[in-house]
Write a protein of this length. Structure first.
Length: 312
């Protein structure tokens, strides 16, 4: 692969919203090319998936299908644009910073894919790799969509997904099977599991701004309900427990943390800390209520995961 052309960043988003506007602004400031795919025709591959899809998540089926659809929308786009042999897929709730494209090239190396995850440290592995900032080759995307279709179309594939969903239900936690589950299974099977969010050359991609955890538990200092941010020469840095500064190349504002995006983009770090602390308290209460409700449902239905019914 040539190192002379820019690595395109692609957002698959068919709604104009504040997060997308801020994402665009950050890409422009960082000098990175951003492509927004706003189409909704995902082609025959997505239609095949919908015919075999089994819902195994605490999220609504419509939400999970939209997440799966983006890979088929990307496939259709790449079929019409063969010049994009490699790209970075990002969510609209991500801010990019100067040097991110060059960093991703280096950290991805010769992989066909590199995504983001948190390394298990307590015996609980949700089997998820997130694509919110993920490097892809066109060939890698083709391999993944084929794997995705095969997993849902075969009884052995569906059994594997049901087993993962059952582990979520047994712990009483939100989640289950999503596109991140399929990415995890495919990345490990294909040798593409090296994390894009590992510290590399004094730089890092953020997995989730909420809390100090990144690839590792307690990897960075927290402030409020988020990672402690310090701006140096206009660039955000996170701080290790030992006090070392690590340049952040991209920040991910998962869920309700999106409200902190404009404050980070404009360097208002104390506002970010206050906002994310309030969100942390609300999230803890919500997760506790969900766990209580799910455990009650399991007592009634004999432990079956809600929404797990489907073709065998």
């Amino acid at each position: 692969m040539t190192m002379t052309h820019s690595l395109p960043f692609i957002v698959v988003e068919d709604r104009q919203n504040k997060s997308l506007l801020l994402c665009r602004e950050s890409a422009a400031r960082a000098g990175e090319p951003l492509i927004v795919l706003s189409g909704t025709d995902a082609g025959p591959g997505y239609e095949r998936l919908c015919r075999t899809y089994v819902h195994l998540s605490s999220n609504p089926p419509e939400f999970e299908k939209i997440c799966f659809r983006r890979y088929f929308l990307l496939s259709e786009y790449l079929r019409a644009h063969p010049e994009h042999r490699e790209f970075v897929l990002i969510d609209s709730d991500v801010l990019l910073f100067r040097g991110v494209g060059a960093h991703i090239r280096r950290v991805a190396g010769k992989a066909e894919f590199s995504g983001s995850y948190m390394r298990p440290d307590d015996g609980w592995d949700p089997c998820q790799i997130s694509p919110h900032v993920s490097y892809w080759t066109a060939a890698g995307l083709q391999q993944f969509t084929a794997f995705l279709l095969s997993t849902y179309a075969t009884s052995s594939g569906r059994r594997k997904l049901r087993a993962i969903a059952a582990r979520f239900a047994a712990r009483g936690v939100r989640g289950g099977v999503s596109d991140m589950t399929l990415l995890h299974l495919w990345a490990h099977a294909s040798g593409n599991a090296a994390p894009i969010n590992r510290v590399f050359g004094g730089r890092v991609i953020d997995h989730n701004i909420n809390g100090g955890r990144n690839l590792l538990a307690n990897e960075f200092q927290g402030r409020g309900g988020a990672k402690r941010l310090v701006f140096v020469d206009g660039q955000p840095c996170v701080v290790t427990p030992a006090g070392e500064m690590v340049n952040v190349m991209a920040l991910h504002f998962q869920g309700s943390a999106k409200i902190a995006m404009p404050h980070v983009l404009h360097g208002r770090v104390h506002t970010v800390a206050a906002l994310t602390y309030a969100l942390l308290l609300a999230r803890r209460a919500r997760n506790w209520a969900f766990g209580v409700r799910l455990l009650g449902q399991r007592a009634v239905n004999g432990g079956r995961f809600a929404g797990a019914a489907g073709p065998k």
